[in-house]
Ligand binder design. Structure first.
Ligand SMILES: C[S@@+](CC[C@H](N)C(=O)[O-])C[C@H]1O[C@@H](n2cnc3c(N)ncnc32)[C@H](O)[C@@H]1O
Length: 433
């Protein structure tokens, strides 16, 4: 076996909304719907949430916003990242050179068979001052996905070692990398001695400490550590979103022990693994047996088939709950309700509704990790409507597009959306809508 690199784990694929299903999962742990259950909920009404390995601020921000603002959950949200993976700066190249590289990035992909249009990209400078990777984004069902191109080093993707390099791209990047590293060197010298002159960033955009700064803006503190500290005086939920699958299979159990070492009896550990054959979320409850801590599995969710395994009373018995039919029913009702509300030019209708169905299905399949309840459904409906393409051939949303103007929402757009949500629930829309 090849020797491990010292930093095998880096931001390979970040989808801000990929963790949105945690909203419904945590809600369900706080408000169990199971009439057979007479035990208290597994999750307190107030808790601390530790998002392990955040990599980019956006993913953590999206989840915190969903929990704290949309679901009004009383949550202390903190994030962690390995010190080596916390960037010193992101540097954007401006002008024609940037456009050429964007075009090239659009034509290559280490992780997919298809190509896509790269919308944004920048250099990532690591904490030693070296350009470690190029991060680039593209659109995936209205979500901004970020991937990384690593500068001359291997990385793990979904537990598989990947050695992806594109010599033509390396050649295009090389001259700028040399310049950026020289300017970063000056920047770092000035950090330690502010009287020194800083570099000129003409032709570039430079953002220092992008991870900490991005998180801080949303009130999230960053722990730079591989072993998260526990938050005092609250139940803790430790969330490992696509962290363990960055380690080789045979190291994952040991890594989980290490990462969860500071959790205490009653805390919850959630492991999410995507991009593998059987994508899943596992929920573990920390218990104490004598002087030993153990983790009991309390949920196992197949996030592709949307099947939830729940323990039932009695040792070792599990009950499957199939969420898919219910989620699909909600998708169909929302599409039906939109079909009734929005009319399109003749000839485009069918194509449009097929596309709308795809978008809505995608969002709903991301948002539900427990059977739909009204609080989550409202958010998923709103999200699905926001995501529908607003431009191009299917930019039909002219009629309901104003509903995307949520910032600040006018009472009219709110009541129109409300009408759609009510219809999705099978209630009559108010007069005049
Ligand atoms: C693929 S990213 C996942 C990002 C995000 N959590 C998500 O769900 O999309 C994995 C991240 O975990 C970080 N990581 C790996 N082991 C870690 C540990 N023990 N503590 C904190 N971060 C870790 C890596 O540096 C990497 O940035």
């Amino acid at each position: 076996m090849e020797a491990q690199t010292t930093i095998p784990l880096v931001d390979t694929n970040i989808i801000p909304d990929r963790n949105a299903g945690l909203g419904s999962l945590l809600w369900d742990l706080q408000n169990p719907q199971d009439p057979d259950r007479d035990e208290p909920p597994l999750l307190d009404s107030a808790f601390a949430f530790i998002d392990v390995g955040v990599s980019r601020a956006k993913a953590a921000i999206a989840l915190k916003t969903l929990l704290a603002r949309d679901l009004k959950i009383d949550v202390d949200y903190v994030a962690t990242e390995l010190p080596d993976a916390v960037p010193y700066a992101n540097v954007t190249l401006l002008g024609v050179g940037a456009e050429k590289i964007r075009g090239h990035l659009s034509r290559m992909s280490p992780s997919k068979k298809t190509t896509y249009a790269v919308t944004d990209w920048h250099y990532v400078v690591d904490r030693t001052g070296k350009v470690a990777s190029v991060a680039y984004s593209y659109n995936h069902y209205g979500n901004e996905v970020w991937e990384a191109y690593f500068m001359g080093r291997r990385f793990l993707y979904a537990g598989e070692r990947v050695a992806f390099s594109d010599p033509e791209l390396d050649e295009m990047l090389a001259p700028t990398v040399v310049k950026i590293e020289a300017m970063i060197d000056l920047e770092r010298k000035r950090d330690s001695d502010p009287s020194r002159p800083g570099p000129s960033w003409d032709g570039y955009g430079m953002e220092k400490n992008p991870l900490e700064a991005g998180l801080a803006e949303f009130g999230i503190t960053l722990q730079k550590t591989g072993v998260p500290q526990r938050i005092k005086n609250r139940q803790n939920v430790l969330f490992l979103g696509n962290v363990l699958n960055q380690y080789p299979q045979d190291e994952q159990a040991r890594e989980l022990d290490r990462i969860a070492a500071n959790m205490q009896e009653g805390d919850i550990v959630i492991v999410q693994v995507d991009e593998v054959e059987t994508a899943f979320i596992e929920v573990l409850h920390v218990k104490k047996q004598g002087s030993r801590k153990t983790r009991a599995r309390v949920r196992w969710i197949n996030t592709k088939t949307l099947e939830v395994q729940m323990p039932v009373r009695g040792p070792g018995s599990w009950r499957p709950i199939r969420m898919k039919p219910e989620v699909e029913r909600m998708v169909s009702r929302l599409v039906e309700c939109l079909v009734r509300k929005v009319s399109f030019p003749e000839g485009h209708q069918k194509d449009y509704w097929v596309l709308a169905h795809q978008y809505i299905s995608h969002v709903f399949a991301t948002y539900f990790r427990a059977l739909p309840v009204e609080a989550i459904l409202r958010i998923a409906v709103r999200e699905a409507l926001w995501r529908l393409p607003s431009q191009g051939k299917y930019g039909f949303l002219g009629r309901i597009y104003e509903m995307r103007d949520f910032n600040p929402p006018t009472s009219e757009t709110m009541s129109r959306l409300q009408a759609i949500i009510d219809e999705a629930f099978g209630r009559p829309a108010p007069e005049g809508n």
